[in-house]
Design a protein around this ligand. Structure first.
Ligand code: ZN
Length: 391
């Protein structure tokens, strides 16, 4: 069988047509097929994604992988265990793993899945193209063949360690991955990092159709319905995948429209109506309800306090003043209200104190308790959080 070359005329990361031939050619001798295959490389002028400029075709690539018996040692080596620790340390910091369902696509001999099974009690599924690999994986304690899963094929975490660089149709593949993810699920990716052109960048190899830089990878994910939640880079000389720079990403599905879609403005407006306007509506409701006619103190004298005064009906309520620990503000008059030191609250004994800062809330509440105040204290954080609760 011979490759059926087709020129790749667009960038599979950002969809740009501004693709440049790099003038880099390799003649790959493929020992398993006893064939030499010429490959050229191209770069996207817009996102700097580097890729094989001619695709050898799905059929040829599948043929290549079928005829490519890999070294698969059932027992993980010390170096693999070390790699699993490093990858897991990142993953576990951002994703709940305990007793969750995980799937690794391209699970090799299963070292990483065994680690997740033993360390976190994960129900671990594998997917592999080769029958030989699936036989090795099926013989590992705690690992299950994803193909044999009969109930709903959904998992909490999909793992793609050094897989994405081998995939031609990235969009379809990432859509498939999203379709098997349970609600609230996460995707973990590790690939070589081609963000820098330096001594820690991988060599070209036949199997790697894609050379991702970080901005491009994040963009590709965003374009295919994912949001990047965490990212790290690592260079480890003894890493079994590569001694060069790798990038790790945790991503989750997002319902926001992709870049380029004007619907993003509506998405933001819907968010802003809850996050930025909801608390002012809540204040108006409070003033019309339980706080009607009651005395109210505002704390501190800063921008959210001013926003509340200018954009809610607070200005027409029985407001005693603003209270702030900043001596530079005390004694001044702002928006028709006097700024007092907090100790004055003891004298005025307001029915309500509204806290209009998102930081220091606990410290502020403790200072009120220390003053012996019995006022009802409501914070903007509570009001915002209630807005989401009723949204
Ligand atoms: Zn591009």
């Amino acid at each position: 069988m011979n490759p059926t070359f087709s020129r790749v005329a667009h960038c599979r990361v950002c969809n740009s047509k501004r693709v440049l031939d790099l003038g880099v050619r390799r003649n790959y001798y493929l020992a398993n097929l006893d064939q030499t295959v010429p490959v050229s490389y191209a770069i996207c002028q817009d996102c700097h994604f580097i890729f094989q400029g001619e695709y050898v075709g799905d059929e040829y690539l599948n043929h290549y992988y079928r005829q490519s018996p890999m070294l698969r040692r059932k027992e993980a080596t010390a170096f693999e265990k070390d790699q699993n620790e490093r990858q897991c340390e990142f993953l576990a910091r951002h994703v709940a793993l305990k007793d969750h369902k995980v799937l690794e696509i391209g699970a090799h001999a299963g070292a990483f899945l065994c680690h997740l099974y033993q360390r976190f009690g994960c129900t671990a599924y594998f997917e592999e193209l080769s029958d030989e690999a699936r036989a090795v994986l099926a013989s590992q304690e705690g690992l299950h063949d994803f193909r044999a899963l009969e109930d709903e094929k959904k998992v909490d975490v999909v793992i793609l360690r050094h897989v994405l660089e081998h995939i031609f149709d990235l969009e379809s593949f990432l859509n498939y991955v999203r379709s098997i993810l349970a609600d609230g699920g996460s995707l973990f990716i590790e690939v070589p990092d081609w963000t820098h052109f330096d001594a820690h960048t991988d060599p070209f190899i036949f199997e790697h159709l894609n050379q991702f830089n970080t901005a491009g990878l994040v963009h590709l994910l965003r374009r295919t319905g994912w949001q990047t939640e965490a990212l790290e880079k690592s260079i480890h000389p003894d890493d079994p995948a590569t001694p060069n720079r790798v990038q790790r990403i945790v991503a989750r599905p997002t319902s926001l429209p992709p870049p380029g879609d004007a619907a993003i403005a509506d998405s933001f407006r819907a968010f802003a109506a809850v996050q930025y306007d909801g608390w002012k509506t809540a204040i108006n409701n409070l003033l019309a309800g339980e706080a009607a006619g009651k005395s109210i103190a505002l704390y501190p004298a800063s921008h959210l306090t001013f926003e509340a005064l200018t954009e809610s009906r607070l200005g027409q309520a029985k407001v005693l003043g603003m209270f702030d620990i900043d001596a530079k503000k005390q004694g001044r008059e702002i928006l028709g209200l006097k700024v007092y030191p907090p100790e004055e609250l003891k004298v005025q004994q307001p029915d309500f104190i509204l806290i209009f800062t998102m930081g220091y809330e606990r410290e502020i509440r403790e200072s009120f308790a220390a003053l012996g105040l019995t006022s009802r204290v409501i914070s903007i954080t509570e009001l915002v959080s209630n807005s989401w609760g009723s949204a």
